[in-house]
Ligand binder design. Sequence first.
Ligand code: GLY
Ligand code: MN
Ligand code: MN
Length: 461
Amino acid sequence: MPNRFGEVFPPPAFDPERYARRRRQAFKQLGDDVMILYNPPEAHRTHDLYYRYRPDSDVYYLTGFEEPDAVIVLVGGAAPRLAMFVRPRDPERETWDGARAGVEGAKALYGADEAFPIDALDTRIGGYLEAAQTLYFKFGRDERLNQRVIAAFRAAAHRRHRQGPAPSIIRDTLPLLGRLRLVKDADEIERMRRAADIAAEAHLWAMQRAAPGQYEFQIEAELEYVFRKRGALGSSYTSIVGGGANATVLHYNANNSLLRDGELLLIDAGAEYGYYASDITRTFPLGKRFTPAQREIYELVLAAQKAAIAAVQPGARFDEYHQVALETLIEGLRDLKLLTGSLDEIKEKKTYLRFYMHRAGHWLGSDVHDACAYFTSETENGSFLYEKLRPGCVVTVEPGLYFAPSLKGMPKRYAGIGVRIEDDVLVTRAGNEILTAAAPKEVEEIEAIRHAALSDGVCAR
Ligand code: GLY
Ligand code: MN
Ligand code: MN
C-alpha cells in the first residue's frame, strides 16, 4: 500500500556494539567507582492497567535494555564490568505481557558480564560497593529503590570503615552521563532526524487541516495520526494545541476548546522515534491570513527565532542564543511601544517578563528536556559559565510572546495573542543545521497553505 505520508521508519535495529561503545566511554569517566541505574517498574494507570512502558533514557543509552524493573550496575576498575538485575523468565507472565530476556538474555544479548534476578538485588548490591570511593546514583521516583541503595551504601561503608577507606560519597549521575549524552553519536543523530522529519510533516498536515469550528483535540488527533503512521512511538510529550487565548498558557494541554475564526492556533508537538525526541512549535491563523496585530507579533517572534538560530554555533556558550532572542524581542517590543526604557534597563528590570517568561530553548535528545547540566564548574566574575555548544549537540530554539487577556495596560488589539516558534537545531562543525526546517514558518508560506486548505475543503477531509 502506498503511504500518503513520508517514509515509514521501522523500529531501529538493536546493535549491541553501539551500547558497548557507549559503556566504554562511561567506564573511562567512572574510573574505579560504581554507577547504579534503573528502569523503573511499570507506571500504574487505573485499577490493574499500566501505561505503555518507556525505559529510562540512561539505561537505554548504555544497554538498549527496554524492560521494566531492572537495575544495572557499572562496576569500574581495571576490568570494568556490567551487572544486570532483571525480571526472570516466567512463562505464565510472558503469556500475558510478552517475552522477557531473563537472566540468560541479559548476558547473551545485552552484554552483561553477570546477571541475576531482580529479587537478588538486596543481597548482592553491597558487594559492588566494597571497592568504590564514590557511588553514582540517580535518586529517582522509586522511593523503595532509593532506600535500598542507601541501605547498601551504609552497610558497605560500615563494613569497610573497620578495614580501610570506605565509600563516602554518593554523586548524582547527571553530570557524568549528561555530558556523555550531550554530544550525540551518529545513531542518535539519525534517530533525531527521523523524529524531526516525522514531526515536521505532522505540523504541515495539521496546518492543512485545522479549521474554525473544530475542537483542538481533533487537531491533536491529526498530529498523532502522522506520528504513528510513520513509525514514531508517539508524542515525545503531551501535545499542546491551543487556539486563541489558550496559546498564552505555556503548558496548556487540555486541548478541548473550539477553534474560532480570526484567532491563532499554537501547536507545540513532537514525535519520539527510537526513544529520541523532536519538539516543534508552529503558530498560524485559523482563517486564511494573519490579522495585522497577529502579524506584527508573529514577525517579531520569527525575527528573534532566526537571529537566535544564527547564534547557535560551535564554541558559543549555551546562553548566547538566548541573549540574542531576548534582545531582538525587547527591541521589537520597544518599537511596538509595548516596553519603554533602554535595552539595558529593560533587561535589568526584566519588564519583558510580562510577555516573554521562558528561556529560548533547551538541550534535546532522548529526554525532551535532555538531562545535561547547563552550567560548567568554570566561573567568571563570580558566576558559573554556561556549557559550550559543540558539534553533535542539539538544542531547541523557541522564543515566544504571550498577551494573556488578563494582562493590564496593553493595547486591546494584542489581547489573546500567543505566538511561539520552535525548531530543533543540530550544532555542526560548520555552524548548525535545522532538523525541523520542513515545518513551514514564513508568513507567506503559512498564508498560502491556509488559503489552499480553506478554499479546497482540505479541512473537511
Ligand atoms: N514542549 C516542551 C518544550 O517546548 O519545552
Ligand atoms: Mn515544545
Ligand atoms: Mn522545547
